[in-house]
Design a protein around this ligand. Structure first.
Ligand SMILES: Cc1cc2nc3c(=O)[nH]c(=O)nc-3n(C[C@H](O)[C@H](O)[C@H](O)COP(=O)(O)OP(=O)(O)OC[C@H]3O[C@@H](n4cnc5c(N)ncnc54)[C@H](O)[C@@H]3O)c2cc1C
Length: 394
């Protein structure tokens, strides 16, 4: 077997100093030469660990081989036979804990950049539609109808698979646009909305009807849908409710849940001011409580919208940060400041009810808890005050 190339192709990205002030996509995607070089790194191992590591079982070595052989329509076909959303997954799936985590090259150095290759194939398809001549195979109609509630990635994926299996599928979406968190939560600089809508349109092209502005439970109940000709229901309503900290001062002005903040910025397009005049408050010194993807997205939006200093306040250490590593690095490069082993005790307001500071505890780590991460423990007597104008929490 040839010795694998251990040098993973780097992802071209916007300069951190420039991108910290715009909402254009940060990662620019591989060009053809880079994609081919990266595809060459795949050693085509007989045991398909990566396919097993992929939640939808994409035949990864096969699509990479087709790419390497220059048969791009075949690469598209293989990829899309298992995944209706490759442009989205190539950008935001946590490959480092899924397919790439089990790539045998992990042991030697760096796994094949499967997500980046997936993105490359999805982009190629959009730019070369005329070369895709084989139609998607749709099974004979089963005569059965399925209602899918929610048009996030779960609903879209279920709908696409069911449509290909011959079911009549209708997606009911509460919001005025389809895509769920992909539209209202994840910012444009990480996942352009045009990409999301292209893949939503692909799902519709399989014969899926998408009905917007329809809150199931209000316009129709699940029982009513079942009584109105649907044979089955798929509930893909997500977990959109914010979690609050339940500490004093949380209702002060200037404190947002990330859900509200990101919806204002993304779905309601506050970032496109003055074209869109959606109100959103940004302080000069912003603290974001939490260390997941949601926190990174909130912090990076606040920075782009004009904050001078943005802090990630996280109660564990860097090692336990649940956000994707790539996004932590991106945030750091852009100037986000990480304050670890810190947890708020209470928020402090001014006479007008606006937040002006936060009392925090220092934390230390104990034994692993149910999540497998080391449990954060309050260091009593360690309280200190952190001054800031606005916070986002989640
Ligand atoms: C800011 C942010 C960043 C993230 N970043 C990443 C990332 O980088 N990588 C990653 O893997 N994951 C990430 N996630 C998590 C990921 O987005 C979710 O796991 C995923 O969106 C869940 O998909 P879903 O389809 O189950 O739900 P959702 O995307 O929440 O979609 C649910 C849909 O159902 C609709 N709905 C709800 N109730 C009803 C109803 N009664 N009737 C009709 N429609 C209804 C909602 O309006 C929504 O459109 C992130 C999440 C957030 C919030």
């Amino acid at each position: 077997m040839a010795k694998p190339n251990l040098n993973r192709e780097p992802m071209p990205r916007q300069d951190p100093k420039v991108r910290a002030h715009n909402f254009n996509e940060v990662a620019l995607g591989y060009g053809e030469e880079q994609a081919l070089r990266e595809a060459e790194r795949c050693i085509q191992c007989p045991k398909r660990f990566c396919t097993v590591g992929c939640p939808v079982g994409v035949d990864i070595p096969e699509f990479i081989l087709a790419l390497r052989d220059g048969d791009m329509p075949q690469a598209v076909k293989i990829l899309k036979s298992k995944n209706a959303l490759p442009g989205i997954c190539g950008r935001v799936c946590p490959q480092e804990t899924q397919c790439e985590a089990v790539c045998p090259l992990v042991k030697r150095d760096v796994p094949v950049a499967i997500g980046r290759l997936e993105r490359y194939v999805a982009t190629w398809e959009q730019e070369h539609k005329e070369q895709i001549i084989e139609p998607v195979v749709i099974a004979k109609p089963t005569g059965k109808k399925v209602a899918v509630i929610g048009s996030g990635p779960a609903g879209l994926t279920a709908a696409a698979d069911l449509a290909k299996m011959g079911y009549g599928v209708t997606i009911f979406e509460a919001l005025h646009t389809a895509g769920g968190v992909l539209m209202y939560g994840i910012p444009e600089f990480r996942l352009p909305k045009e990409i999301v809508q292209t893949e939503v349109n692909y799902v519709a092209s399989l014969g899926v009807e998408i009905v917007l502005d329809s809150v199931i439970g209000k316009i129709d109940t699940v029982d009513e849908l079942l009584g109105n000709g649907y044979d089955a229901i798929f509930l893909g309503t997500g977990a959109g409710l914010p979690m609050f900290l339940d500490i004093p001062g949380e209702n002060l002005n200037g404190i947002y849940s990330a859900n509200e903040f990101l919806t204002r910025v993304n779905l309601m397009k506050a970032y496109m001011f003055p074209e869109y005049d959606t109100p959103v408050k940004i302080g000069k010194r912003v603290a974001v409580i939490g260390g997941g993807n949601v926190a990174m997205d909130s912090a990076r939006c606040a920075l782009r919208l004009g904050a001078d200093e943005v802090y990630i306040i996280y109660r564990r250490s860097r090692e336990e940060l649940p956000a994707r590593h790539e996004e932590v690095e991106n945030a750091e490069e852009e100037g986000i400041i990480f304050k670890m082993l810190t947890n708020p005790k209470q928020f402090i307001g001014d006479e007008q009810g606006w937040v002006k500071a936060m009392e925090c505890y220092e934390m230390e780590l104990g034994e692993p808890d149910d999540s497998g991460r080391r449990r954060p423990i309050v260091k009593h007597g360690s309280e200190f005050t952190f001054h800031c104008a606005h916070f986002q929490t989640y």
